[in-house]
Design a protein around this ligand. Structure first.
Ligand code: ATP
Ligand code: MG
Length: 716
């Protein structure tokens, strides 16, 4: 029995934890200190050295990807497969449990999982059956309420009705009817998976005893982000006898907004007797510079459990802080750097671009597309594939072509306007029967009064809406048109009703689409700007994710970067109001969570970290002038090297100060007016005298090089 491959690649503290005798253990340690490694090696150790069956081990990780990786690494160390072992996410394991024990859980054998969109649809139907006015009681709010209660382990029957609180009473009514609807249909939402799995323990002592017999070890990664019900589920399962090893980092708790309880870390030693505390302090991931930056930032948070990280590695390069004039300048810098790294031999997949919210990806995506750099959006959708964006595009397509059945199907009742499934079916039937488009079929249905008056009225309201919008396609310019369509159709209110970050994100994406339209420059000259825009969007969406094998730059939100590492990391959009997110400034404790998120971002980098921001940003359809994020100021300035726009590749300001020979009266970053192209920002200079050229990024026309002599720019 050779345990060398298991113990050799560990330091003393890690080895100690990996090979420690069975017992409760909490590994509390900073980023990149090898927590996940300890967990993986511990599993291998238990199997190899302690002779524990792979089937007796339950290991919980945060994502399915992490679970797959964990299994692969264990198999690699052991030299044989451990299929069928219980390694997965909380949701995945709960699902497996319910699949095995559907009857005990009170579910039909073929119970269906509702994803978030499905869940919302059910809630809407429930609200309608309760005759609730959607504008007063947004279904998304109810969804948020229901999931929040379930995450706390509460069913409607557990909740006391508040006498004078109409909101609570109504939410509770919806919750009750929703539960009934789900029971009738045999469907289970995400939160329900966890709740039911927990109830299985409580209601079926025999079953619990069976699993307590079966599992001899429980291990949990990313413990700082467990919520109440997950913690309870673990605790009941562990009972008195199953030792639990939990690893986590209080400084990386970033899901408080979704119910995660950082307090679970403090609670652990109280609930799990004789917990052995392990600290790991050596970081193996990042350069000294990156690590010191992370340490200096997170030191600004209060109430930390407190730990410092050190590294035996090199100091490494300074952190490049890039100030772009605007978001396109920033994106162009990032894509330029990516190209340079790649030319120097670094694989693209070794580079990650991280951002605070999904809407920020669009400009970056465009920059990558422009340079032909393959990219992959990890744990998220490409901009033009997002639900809310596709809804707007469907309206636009319908405006251009009433015969576009797919577009019509998509928006006929989105936002809801009382056109039910039966009405749509009748329309479809007419279309089939008479070989008409759905649009024409709607006319036929109305003419022949094939449906009750109410349904006909709803259909007429929809056709009126589209016809009323139609003139705008010629009267307005592209951006105005998109904005107008979003406004008139009610998509903002509709998507905005989704509570919390999700709703916010959807509205941001809608606004971002207006931005996209504003800066859109079509190439095909023989069709309208709108047609051009739609074609482009369709092509972009149609490309789908870059194939797994293709070497692509990794793009993701900071949240989904948790647990991962990359040689080169770009933190983009590091501006006040964006990051920290403006919503976080209003709620107590959220600023600290944002700071932890920044800490997570910084500590993803191994060799080189870039931080960038834009001085003006067109996001969500409007221009904003945000100052650089406070998080940049909170990093020890010695570790930073400032890069200004327009000075070429990676040239620090100190060198560049004398470089640009700006013609009199013009400066980089200055706003100027051109008679034909309108307003813009000076990006760069080249040459002098009669050869002097200036690059201007025009608000409407994009970036252009102009001969200075003839440009006739007016400064603003
Ligand atoms: P995070 O908090 O970000 O989840 P972590 O604490 O889980 O980080 P790991 O991902 O396990 O850290 O390890 C970070 C990096 O350091 C990995 O590349 C890992 O392989 C490496 N590493 C960990 N321990 C050692 C060691 N003793 N010797 C060499 N490399 C190590
Ligand atoms: Mg980890």
């Amino acid at each position: 029995m050779d345990v060398t491959p298991i113990l050799d690649p560990l330091n003393d503290a890690q080895r100690d934890a990996v090979a420690s005798p069975a017992g409760n253990m909490l590994v509390l340690a900073g980023a990149g200190s090898g927590k996940t490694r300890v967990l993986v090696h511990r599993v291998a150790w238990l199997i190899q050295a302690e002779g524990v069956s792979p089937h007796a081990i339950l290991a919980v990780t945060f994502t399915n990807k992490a679970a797959r990786e964990m299994r692969a690494r264990i198999e690699e160390m052991l030299g044989y497969g451990v299929r069928g072992s219980w390694v997965g996410t909380f949701h995945g394991l709960a699902h497996r449990l319910l699949k095995y024990h559907w009857a005990e859980a009170g579910l039909p054998q073929n119970f269906q999982i509702l994803d978030s969109d499905d869940q919302l649809r059910v809630i809407k139907r429930v609200c309608r059956s309760l005759d609730l006015d959607e504008s007063r009681w947004p279904p998304r709010q109810a969804q948020w309420f229901i999931n929040g209660q379930k995450d706390e382990g509460l069913r409607s029957a557990h909740i006391q009705e508040q006498k004078h609180d109409l909101f609570q009473q109504t939410m509770l009514r919806i919750y009750r009817s929703y539960e009934e609807a789900c029971d009738r249909a045999g469907s289970v939402d995400f939160a329900e998976l966890l709740l039911r799995a927990h109830e299985l323990w409580l209601k079926q002592p025999d079953l619990l005893a069976h699993y307590q017999q079966r599992f001899s070890h429980i291990l949990v990664d990313e413990f700082q982000d467990t919520n109440t019900i997950q913690y309870a589920w673990l605790r009941v399962l562990a009972g008195k006898d199953i030792p639990v090893v939990a690893v986590g980092d209080d400084d990386q708790s970033i899901y408080g907004w979704r119910g995660a309880k950082i307090e679970n870390i403090q609670q652990f030693p109280r609930d799990f007797p004789d917990t052995r505390m392990v600290r790991l302090e050596q970081n193996y991931r990042s350069t000294g510079t990156i690590l010191r930056a992370a340490n200096s930032l997170i030191a600004k948070n209060f109430g930390r459990l407190g730990k410092e990280l050190w590294t035996a590695g090199d100091e490494g390069e300074k952190i490049s802080v890039f100030a772009g004039f605007n978001e396109q300048d920033e994106a162009s810098y990032i894509s330029g750097e990516v190209e340079q790294w790649h030319d120097r031999g670094l694989e693209r997949q070794s580079m990650a671009v991280l951002y605070r919210s999904n809407a920020q990806s669009r400009v970056l995506e465009e920059a990558f597309l422009q340079r032909g750099i393959p990219y992959r959006i990890y744990g998220g959708q490409r901009f033009y594939e997002r639900l809310e964006v596709r809804n707007v595009l469907a309206y636009l397509r319908l405006l251009l072509n009433r015969g576009d059945d797919a577009a019509l199907e998509r928006v006929i009742n989105t936002p809801p306007r009382g056109i039910g499934a039966r009405t749509i079916e009748t329309v479809r039937e007419q279309a089939r029967l008479k070989q008409l488009s759905l649009w024409q079929a709607m006319g036929a249905v109305a003419e022949e009064a094939l449906l009750p008056a109410r349904a006909c009225k709803s259909l007429a309201a929809f056709t009126d809406l589209i016809e009323d919008l139609a003139p705008a396609t010629t009267e307005l310019d592209l951006a105005e048109l998109v904005d107008h369509v979003i406004g008139i159709t009610g998509l903002v209110e509709y998507h905005g009703k989704e509570k919390g970050e999700r709703g916010q994100a959807r509205v941001e994406n809608l606004e971002e689409l207006v931005s996209a339209a504003r800066s859109f420059r079509g190439e095909a000259e023989d069709s309208s700007a709108l047609q051009n825009f739609l074609d482009n969007a369709a092509l972009d969406a149609g490309e789908g994710q870059a194939a797994e094998q293709e070497d692509s730059v990794q793009m993701m939100t900071l949240h989904s970067a948790k647990g991962l590492e990359f040689p080169v990391v770009f933190l983009s959009g590091v501006e006040e109001n964006l990051f920290p997110h403006r919503m976080s400034l209003e709620e107590e404790g959220r600023l600290e969570e944002e700071r932890r998120l920044c800490y997570v971002g910084i500590t993803r980098a191994m060799e080189k970290l870039y931080i960038s921001y834009a001085e003006t940003r067109r996001l969500h359809g409007s221009d904003s002038y945000n100052s650089p994020s406070r998080f940049i100021r909170e990093i020890d300035p010695e570790l930073l090297e400032e890069i200004r726009s327009g000075h070429g590749f990676s040239r620090p300001t100190s060198y560049a100060a004398s470089a640009p020979d700006a013609p009199p009266g013009l400066a980089l970053g200055q706003r100027v007016l051109h008679q034909v192209f309108g307003e813009g920002v000076v990006l760069n200079f080249e040459g002098a005298g009669a050869n002097g050229r200036v690059q201007v990024n025009f608000d409407l026309e994009g970036s252009k090089w102009l001969v200075l002599q003839y440009a006739n720019l007016q400064t603003l």
